[in-house]
Design a protein around this ligand. Structure first.
Ligand SMILES: *Cc1c(COP(=O)(O)O)cnc(C)c1O
Length: 378
């Protein structure tokens, strides 16, 4: 085999080149928590204990590492465990600049725990180039952005923010959950740490909670601190979850291709629907981040579409109530389409009352359109 890097579809389908000692075509599942030693007390295969050495978890990490183009990848028991592993590894007194209007769990942790960790936190609209430039006039130790952001679907400029951050001596972390490494290569664009909730499209089957961190440079002190914390504090993913995750990832590029194609066509059709006030989707030419998304994302604009229904909360909830194929549930990125009234979940966040966030799955696009068309007024 030549040594040029494989494309994502190949990496995913082959589970990152996993090999099974018994010749199995799919990677095995290794549940053992401990490892036998020989008569001279030497370890047989290199592993010591399950918290750090689980072959299934390591193989799932290897698939993601290749997809991210990362120096190293670590899995965590949830996306939030991964996100907080970064924030907790910051030194006391660190200044964190965080994008406003991002995943509520990250914002909530910074609000509730940031003080106790000795962090100074400033929120800024990172998709506004002037606002982020102003916030980074004073150096930040860490900049945390979410691209695309959810449910606002704003597009921050990863490369530009990486340069500004690095000029001040800081590090950039990108939550790329709504894009996955297949649609956005945050590390190649200059981010130092790429974070994903693998619960979403990476696993894609709505049956595993997991999170991932990847780094551009494994020697980075912050990365070392994150790995030490995972080792000592033990926030690990179990082997069964890692195995399911690996199974889910084998079709990741294929699923995403369909999800993006359907999301694009539904966003266009919804934008012309008389019952719709506005559609937020980075794939629409009128989206303020469209040009940037075109440059920064590869092969599609993602699977999240925010629809502002004409009217208020009651009208939006009525539309959600009339949908039959879209399941009313939180979360995103699965093979089945979901609809969420975000303002019900986050009443204080300023999210428009008439906003429905759609997570587009892999169902037939015409069936999804008929469901939306029937549920919308007009
Ligand atoms: C879901 C989500 C998280 C948190 O991940 P969990 O796996 O639910 O802990 C973080 N960021 C984004 C953008 C998410 O969608």
């Amino acid at each position: 085999m030549s040594d040029h890097p494989m494309k994502p579809a190949t990496v995913a389908a082959h589970a990152g080149g996993a090999s099974d000692p018994l010749g199995g075509v799919v990677p095995g599942l290794h549940p053992s928590t401990t490892f036998r030693r020989d008569e001279s007390y030497a370890l047989l295969a290199g592993g010591t204990y399950g918290r750090d050495h689980n072959a299934t978890v390591q193989q799932a990490e290897e698939v993601l590492r290749q997809l991210e183009g990362a120096a190293a990848t670590r899995l965590f028991p949830s996306g939030m465990a991964a996100a907080v592993a970064v924030l907790r590894a910051l030194p006391a007194g660190a200044r964190v600049v965080v994008q406003s209007g991002i995943y509520y769990g990250v914002t909530a942790w910074l609000r509730d725990q940031g003080d106790r960790q000795g962090l100074t936190v400033e929120a800024v609209d990172a998709a506004d180039p002037l606002a982020i430039r102003a916030a980074l006039m004073a150096p930040a130790d860490l900049v945390w952005i979410e691209v695309p952001s959810n449910p606002w679907l704003k597009i921050a400029d990863i490369a530009a923010i990486a340069r500004l951050t690095h000029d001040g001596g800081g590090l950039l972390a990108v939550d790329g959950t709504a894009a996955t490494p297949v649609l956005t290569q945050s590390l190649a664009l200059g981010a130092d740490i790429s974070m994903h909730s693998a619960t979403k499209a990476i696993n894609g089957h709505t049956d595993v909670v997991a999170g991932a961190l990847s780094c551009r440079d494994g020697a980075l002190p912050l990365w070392q601190a994150i790995c030490t914390d995972r080792h000592e504090a033990g926030a690990i993913l179990g082997p069964f979850e890692a195995w399911l995750l690996m199974r889910g990832m084998r079709t990741l590029p294929l699923r995403l291709r369909q999800m993006c194609e359907t999301a694009q066509s539904l966003a266009q059709a919804l934008a012309d629907h008389p019952g719709v006030e506005a559609v937020w989707y980075p794939g629409l030419p009128e989206h303020p981040g469209h040009g940037l998304a075109r440059a920064q994302m590869c092969g599609g604009f993602g699977y999240l579409v925010s629809v502002l229904v004409k009217g208020g909360a009651a009208e939006a909830l009525a539309v959600a109530g009339r949908l039959r194929l879209f399941t009313r549930a939180t979360s995103l990125g699965g093979v089945e389409s979901l609809v969420e009234h975000r303002a019900t979940i986050e009443p204080q966040s300023g999210i428009p009352q008439n906003l429905l966030r759609l997570s587009i799955g892999i169902e037939d696009a015409d069936d999804l359109w008929n469901d939306l068309d029937r549920a919308l007024p007009g």
